[in-house]
Design a protein around this ligand. Structure first.
Ligand code: HH2
Length: 263
């Protein structure tokens, strides 16, 4: 899953695909084609940063960023995902040709579950402790793996009740979303334990601060560590990795595949 952020303020690539307040569609399409060529199966379009300390944006602003992009990407031979936690944005994105709703709040809003069910769309349920504004203020868990799994179980049940086809769900531990380094590492080492109902797990660790803490590198220089983390995540049970540098992650995953094919 390649990340296409159309925001001025995302933590690692804010403004890259923008021209002032507007999305630069030419640059965005070039980035999308490059990701597809490098091996992305899914393109994830986000119009609101969820970095620690970020503040929410209005529905109209988020829509003005993501909807024209989704319309264009839906013409390509790829799965299009919208990274949003607002049902209104998700509905319009699905109407515009989006296939998957990637909700960092784990479809907690019943309106979001209804939107996904009505469109018979796919969805990613991510775990987040708290909200972006305050989530890194000393999060505490007794057993982080058990607590995240319990949340995912409840969420899958809620999606069942809303009429969402289970086969269309992905689960995500939410690396860096209300977690300290030791929590992130425990989750990454135990991804198999998070596979509620055998569903596939998605991991987003690309460029995140845990990699900064481990390598002492700035956000602009974490792509090598991100690729290694992607490989480790797949080795420990992830089926999808969300990444800013698709080429590097694809190389890393080719090695994992070869390792197993010839083992
Ligand atoms: N991480 C980010 C955003 N969306 N979605 C899922 N499912 N899993 C993740 O780990 C995840 C996510 C944060 O990364 P990014 O989009 O690069 O930054 P920002 O939120 O600042 O736009």
């Amino acid at each position: 899953m390649g990340v296409l952020n159309v925001t001025p303020d995302s933590f690692s690539d804010g403004g890259r695909l923008m021209s002032g307040e507007r999305v630069d569609l030419e640059r965005l399409l070039a980035a999308a084609h490059q990701m597809i060529d490098e091996g992305a199966a899914i393109l994830d379009v986000g119009g609101e940063s969820t970095r620690p300390g970020s503040t929410p944006v209005q529905v109209a602003v988020e829509c003005s960023r993501v909807i024209p992009v989704i319309e264009r990407l839906s013409e390509l031979d790829t799965i299009v995902s919208v990274d949003t936690s607002k049902p209104e944005v998700a509905r319009l994105a699905l109407e515009a040709g989006c296939h998957l709703v990637n909700d960092v709040t784990g479809l907690r809003d019943p309106g979001m579950r209804q939107a996904v069910a009505e469109a018979d769309a796919a969805a990613c349920i991510m775990h987040m402790r708290g909200e972006p504004r305050s989530m890194q203020n000393d999060p505490v868990y007794t057993d982080v793996v058990a607590e995240v799994r319990a949340f995912l179980e409840e969420s899958v049940d809620a999606c069942d009740e809303a009429g969402i086809d289970r086969q269309r769900l992905l689960l995500d531990p939410g690396i860096g979303f209300g977690k300290r380094l030791e929590h992130n590492l425990a989750l990454l080492r135990n991804l198999e334990a998070l596979r509620v109902a055998g569903l596939p797990v998605l991991v987003g660790v690309s460029r995140k601060s845990m990699l900064g803490a481990l390598t002492e590198r700035p956000v602009t220089d974490r792509d090598a560590a991100s690729a290694v983390a992607a490989a480790l995540a797949v080795e420990h049970g992830a089926s999808v990795v969300r990444t800013h540098d698709v080429g590097l992650a694809a190389d890393a995953l080719k090695l994992v595949t070869a390792w197993h094919a010839h083992g």
